[in-house]
Design a protein around this ligand. Structure first.
Ligand code: ZN
Length: 251
């Protein structure tokens, strides 16, 4: 068997496994996307939990210092009640005023932090709802992947092993070309030769419809064991047995 025939056999099995994989590939891509989103939500949850902890700690600190200020203010008031001189009284009054202002500021800050805590808690609840919804979506996507795999059964594996077996008789260098082309052309690696006008020797690539030069046709005909590519699209060309025989007879 010539290289052309071997490449064609490999290509047909490769196309077959690609067609089999379409549903599974799509389901796997969807599943990956749902998992990515779930991970993003989880990250948000981590960040919110950390923010809640630090905000609560800040709020507690502010509360503690407000309480300490209240104690100090009470002490000063107590002292004011027991002062003997007006000067001492006035001094304590100023001090109390200063502490009062500090306490008011601390109370305000405490309230603002409490509001922030509530805001974060609301976000945490909302994110938990989204996480639960996303978990359901992930589960559905997972089921779709399993269903796609079940539907394939062992057909995919059988085709893959047949394809790989067919690949073993193709030289490694040609396989390298094949695989690069497969990546670039999404699997559309092999093209046939269309006859436009046999009398005038007009042939085209059935992959890209470009006219094939005489030397390409000659190479396909005379060197069936060397890879011949289309000058335009780069696909590996395969000449059908019928055309080959026809051309050889005509010679
Ligand atoms: Zn072409």
């Amino acid at each position: 068997m010539s290289l052309q025939i071997n490449v064609l056999a490999y290509f047909q099995l490769d196309q077959e496994q690609r067609a089999l994989r379409v549903g599974l590939d799509a389901a796997e891509r969807r599943q990956a996307a749902t998992l990515k989103k779930a991970a993003q939500i989880k990250q948000e949850q981590h960040e919110l939990a950390a923010l809640l902890m630090t905000t609560k700690a800040k709020e507690r600190n502010v509360e503690v210092s407000a309480d300490a200020l209240a104690v100090k203010i009470n002490d000063l008031r107590e002292k004011m009640n027991n002062t003997k001189t007006n000067k001492e009284y006035q001094g304590l009054l100023v001090d109390t005023g200063t502490l009062q202002k500090q306490k008011e500021a601390a109370d305000e800050e405490g309230l603002a932090l409490l509001a922030k805590v509530e805001e974060i808690e609301a976000k945490i609840t909302e994110t938990a709802t989204r996480a639960a919804e996303q978990a359901k979506i992930v589960e559905m996507a997972q089921k779709e992947v399993l269903a796609a795999r079940a539907e394939l059964g062992d057909r995919l594996e059988q085709t893959l092993s047949k394809r790989d077996l067919a690949g073993k008789i193709i030289p490694a260098k040609v396989m390298e070309v094949y695989n690069k082309l497969a990546e670039r052309l999404d699997g559309e690696v092999v093209a046939g030769v269309d006859v436009q006008n046999a009398k005038r020797h007009e042939y085209t690539c059935d992959g890209c419809s470009i006219s094939l030069p005489r030397q390409t046709i000659n190479a396909l005909l005379n060197q069936p064991d060397a890879p011949t590519v289309c000058v335009s699209c780069g696909r590996l060309l395969v000449m059908s047995q019928g055309l080959r025989e026809g051309l050889l007879e005509g010679k």
